[in-house]
Design a binder for this molecule. Structure first.
Ligand code: 2IO
Length: 414
């Protein structure tokens, strides 16, 4: 039976660096319990797989943590036939050849435009000069929304994300998040109304259109759009920055990837395993359940910790080593095998609907950055600083490179 380690999720030491607690959990074959918030935290790969793949573990907590911000339900709150239909619509707007080509052009155009500003300077902070604008501009354009007010949208998104990703909020934070949510909904409502019934490509007309299987009201559509904006924009600059952190930390790896771009996909997968931008996935048990031999009563709240599961030494050999051959090796080794998937995108019914889009986005953008940033390094003495325990990412990712002073040969890669 798993041991139970009591801990405090709000402990600044845990929030600064959760990895020692993950290692304790694995060494003790444990799950964590935070008595103050009355929730278990699962970090064994097997436990997270069970919770995310079982119908007994519901997404009920989102009714409190997300719905108030979105104004209506998010995709993960839906079940059964309704979930299948709406998930299918979101998936169809993000897959298929013509959508992929359109999205690839958007990603290349946004990346190139933002990059052009820094190329001659020879330095770029991948989070603060690039990533925040990049992740929101790509998201808005992919949704067919205007970008003229993207700075306002980034500010509203930040307030909404704080609400969704906090276990406890001060009253001042709550009021600020509510104001951001209201402004964001007021901004999106007329845009959705205009797109309703239009013959334009993209998710929003699809969600509104009864013939396409959508037929959603404007508030329902606005909620799903907010859901997609949050899920697409919040983790993507973080994942990109972590990828470059891992690459520049190992110059031989950076060279290998630069010279063989087939290695980007496994480098991205390994980045998502070892540095998952989403660190908590909330669930509630709707019937008595047994996890790792521990009986959990109906009504119990749990948080899955993908970042911990992704470092479970019983599934990932030398879990702290960044190893882009891991996938290949896992197929031969007795340890892991087919079960050794990382949970950065979750798993099961509610697994990230944007996973393929996100991987394409990361790979395309990393390719363009590698094409233009030569002699890539971090400033002397740079130490990675991270923040967030729900979504987690670098505070900054400063890069230095050979200034690019020729004509800027930037354009969509095909
Ligand atoms: C938006 C946490 C960024 C999702 C969420 C309330 C629901 C759901 C997730 C991810 C990432 C966000 N949960 N995406 O964990 O849509």
């Amino acid at each position: 039976m798993r041991n139970i380690i009591e801990f405090d999720a709000m402990d600044p030491a845990f929030q600064r660096d959760p990895i020692p607690m993950f290692e304790r959990l694995h060494a003790a074959d444990a799950m964590l319990l935070d008595p103050a918030i009355d929730a278990y935290f699962l970090g064994r790969h097997e436990d997270v797989a069970q919770a995310l793949r079982s119908d007994v573990f519901t997404t009920a907590p989102l009714a409190e943590s997300a719905q108030p911000m979105m104004g209506d339900r998010v995709l993960a709150q839906m079940e059964g036939q309704e979930h299948k239909a709406k998930r299918g619509l979101v998936l169809s707007a993000f897959s298929g050849r013509s959508n992929r080509e359109r999205h690839a052009q958007i990603i290349a155009r946004v990346t190139s435009a933002l990059l052009a500003e820094s190329l001659r300077r020879g330095r770029l902070d991948l989070i603060n000069d690039f990533g925040k604008a990049y992740s929101m501009l790509v998201t808005l354009e992919a949704l067919g929304l205007p970008t003229d007010r993207y700075l306002d949208v980034i500010a509203w998104h930040s307030g909404v994300a704080t609400f969704v990703t906090s276990l406890r909020l001060t009253e001042a934070q709550r009021l600020h998040s509510v104001a951001c949510s209201q402004a964001f909904i007021a901004y999106l409502t007329p845009l959705v109304e205009d797109l309703r019934g239009s013959s334009r490509d993209g998710l929003i007309p699809l969600l509104c259109n009864p013939a396409a299987g959508g037929g959603m009201t404007t508030p329902e559509t606005v909620a799903l759009v907010l859901n997609v904006v949050l899920a697409a924009a919040e983790p993507s600059d973080k994942a990109l920055a972590y990828l470059f952190h891992h690459l520049v930390s190992c110059p031989t790896l950076l060279d290998r990837v630069r010279n063989d771009r087939h290695l980007l996909a496994p480098a991205i997968a390994e980045t998502l395993r070892i540095s998952s931008p989403v660190q908590l996935i909330p669930r509630q048990i709707n019937d008595d359940a047994t996890v790792g031999g521990v009986r959990l009563a109906a009504g119990t709240r749990v948080f899955c910790m993908p970042g911990a599961a992704n470092r479970d030494p019983s599934v990932f050999r030398d879990p702290t080593t960044f190893d882009i051959n891991r996938r290949k090796a896992a197929q031969q080794a007795p340890i892991g095998g087919a079960a050794s998937m990382h949970f950065a995108f979750g798993t099961g019914t509610h697994m990230c609907v944007g996973a393929a889009f996100s991987l394409m986005q990361l790979e395309l953008t990393a390719n363009i950055l590698l094409d233009h940033l030569r002699d890539l390094r971090t400033p002397p003495g740079f130490m990675l600083e991270e923040e967030g325990f729900y979504t987690r990412g670098p505070v900054a990712m400063p890069l230095e490179f050979a200034p690019y002073d020729g004509a800027v040969p930037l354009g969509p890669r095909t």
